[in-house]
Ligand binder design. Structure first.
Ligand code: NI
Length: 226
């Protein structure tokens, strides 16, 4: 499932992030790439242990905890501390699949990457190229969102970032280990939850709402690993 989540960050937050990132020391993005993807990766990245990565990453995690769309769609168990990258001067990332398991540096924790996320920090008109292309069964989907918006996509997908030929594309990226590993099961739960939310608004006293909510939780119980 591909899902766009608007306004994960406010305009004020995006502006504050941009100001802080403009003064940071960036390094070659190959530092977090696996052996295969390092060959395809050509961008800049803020080091994982940079204090600014932690500070801004925590602000994103706090925003996600309050975002009903993210919680319903991702059913997060663990979220990898968000990282930051910058594409400019022709920088790109060729076709790859994200590593299945990621160690959280400095901790004994690991995250199975079920869902990949890109949170855009530059406005689309500020750079040329830089589309995130995600291959799914219907072909490649091209994604270029307003600053503060986020795309969620299955980490199993092949994807790439087109060269940025003008301007700079700043973004945060991270992975979520979901309570529900399987993308199709997660999509079904998201559809059911969305329907229940709508019905709760439109027909709040309908007797079947209790039953539908029961079905949601019983499916989640069947499929979740914690
Ligand atoms: Ni990737």
């Amino acid at each position: 499932m591909l899902l766009q989540i608007p306004d994960v960050l406010t305009a004020e937050q995006v502006a504050a992030f941009r100001m802080a990132l403009a003064q940071a020391d960036w390094v070659d993005g190959k530092v977090t790439a696996g052996h295969q993807s390092a060959k395809a990766k050509n961008n800049l990245q803020l080091p994982e242990d940079h204090p600014l990565s932690r500070e801004l990453g925590n602000a994103i995690l706090q925003a996600l905890e309050r975002n009903p769309l993210f919680l319903s769609a991702a059913l997060p168990l663990k979220v990898f501390p968000p990282l930051f990258n910058c594409y400019q001067g022709g920088g790109s990332f060729g076709v790859h699949v994200d590593n299945a398991i990621r160690d959280i540096r400095g901790t004994p924790h690991r995250v199975r990457t079920d869902i990949s996320a890109t949170l855009f920090l530059s406005q689309p008109h500020e750079y040329e190229g830089g589309e995130l292309l995600i291959e799914d069964t219907y072909g490649a989907k091209s994604v270029k969102l307003p600053a503060g918006y986020m795309i969620l996509y299955p980490s199993t997908s092949l994807h790439k970032v087109n060269p940025v030929t003008k301007g700079a594309r700043l973004a945060s990226f991270f992975w979520t280990q979901s309570l529900v590993r399987d993308d199709a099961q997660r999509a079904l739960l998201f559809d059911l939850d969305t329907s229940i939310q709508r019905l709760t608004q439109d027909v709040p006293d309908h007797a079947s709402l209790v039953q539908m909510t029961g079905i949601y939780h019983n499916l989640l119980r069947m499929w979740a690993d914690t």
